[in-house]
Design a protein around this ligand. Structure first.
Ligand SMILES: *[C@@H]1O[C@H](CO)[C@@H](O)[C@H](O)[C@H]1NC(C)=O
Ligand SMILES: *[C@@H]1O[C@H](CO)[C@@H](O)[C@H](O)[C@H]1NC(C)=O
Ligand SMILES: *[C@@H]1O[C@H](CO)[C@@H](O)[C@H](O)[C@H]1NC(C)=O
Length: 269
């Protein structure tokens, strides 16, 4: 989960965002930016600037285009580059949206266009125990990445709408009730099926009290009346979501799509 729909930043995901900031704010870029958080004896992740870029700076939420190559980490080889496992001439993703493996996502922070970095990425921040089509399970990687371009993300615009994709049963949710939901959140994108662009957040068993400002206004207003088992789709213009402040991967003035399933409802005490 990248970002909570909670108004207050309380989730573990926010720690990820602050780590990203740390990496980006770390001016020397020589050591291990995660030292403060992890025991270096068990986790390594370091960044070497091969070439410092001079173009635009990457931030969380930027859409980047990169080329990258990955090797199995091998202490016996020059620059620890063992077997070549991935070679991509162009990949696009939004930094912080977990669209690529974590080490690549985090390793972008603070880069400028034209820059090249070498990242030492432990398996648990790469393809983990599962591996991928070309990466064996539990493989630490050496990744060389070049930043080709960076741009700010904007979403298409749409007015508020609420659609019940599935009607639940039982009493309709009202202000003061405690709701437990599962949900996904996407950038509103006219060119995608159901206007669901990039998935920026998802969660399950998320509990909040309806109508009290614990969540964004679009949820407080848009989830009134939903019943247990119901699935509701909300299209939220920025004034009902995060307004004109960028927040994590969510750009300023973003229109968002949420699909929310009501799992349980506890009536107002
Ligand atoms: C980065 O981490 C790898 C793996 O632990 C290590 O071999 C290498 O020396 C480190 N590089 C720097 C610059 O700390
Ligand atoms: C959500 O809560 C239910 C009921 O307490 C539990 O069975 C389920 O494992 C939880 N799911 C997750 C992903 O935590
Ligand atoms: C967001 O919208 C407001 C109001 O229309 C506008 O003043 C502001 O410049 C916009 N911000 C961005 C980053 O587009």
């Amino acid at each position: 989960m990248v970002l909570s729909i909670r108004k207050q930043a309380t989730t573990a995901a926010m720690l990820v965002l602050s780590m990203l900031c740390l990496t980006g704010c770390d001016s020397d870029n020589t050591g291990n930016p995660f030292m403060d958080y992890y025991d270096p004896a068990t986790v390594f992740f370091n960044i070497t600037e091969v070439q410092v870029g001079s173009g635009d700076l990457v931030a969380t939420g930027s859409r980047v285009r990169v080329a990258y190559t990955a090797w199995e980490h091998d202490n016996g080889e020059s620059e620890n580059k063992g077997q070549l496992v991935i070679e991509k001439s162009e990949v696009q993703f939004i930094v912080g949206a977990q669209q690529v493996f974590e080490g690549l996502d985090q390793g972008m922070s603070g880069m400028r266009v034209g820059g090249r970095r070498r990242l030492n990425v432990p398996a648990n921040r790469a393809f983990g125990a599962a591996g991928s089509a070309t990466v064996p399970p539990n493989t630490d990687l050496v990744v060389e990445v070049e930043l080709l371009s960076v741009e700010a993300v904007t979403t298409d615009s749409a007015p508020f709408s609420s659609t019940d994709l599935r009607t639940g049963a039982g009493p309709p949710a009202a202000a003061g009730d405690d709701l437990t939901v599962s949900y996904g959140g996407w950038f509103y994108d006219e060119s995608e099926p159901d206007q669901k662009g990039v998935l920026f957040d998802s969660g399950t068993n998320f509990t909040f009290r309806l109508g009290l400002g614990q969540v964004i206004d679009g949820w407080d207003q848009g989830l009134v009346g939903i019943k247990v088992g119901g699935l509701r789709r909300l299209v939220l213009p920025p004034e009902l979501a995060y307004g004109d402040n960028p927040r994590g991967v969510i750009p300023a003035n973003a229109t968002l799509v949420f699909e929310v399933t009501l799992l349980t409802l506890a009536p107002a005490p």
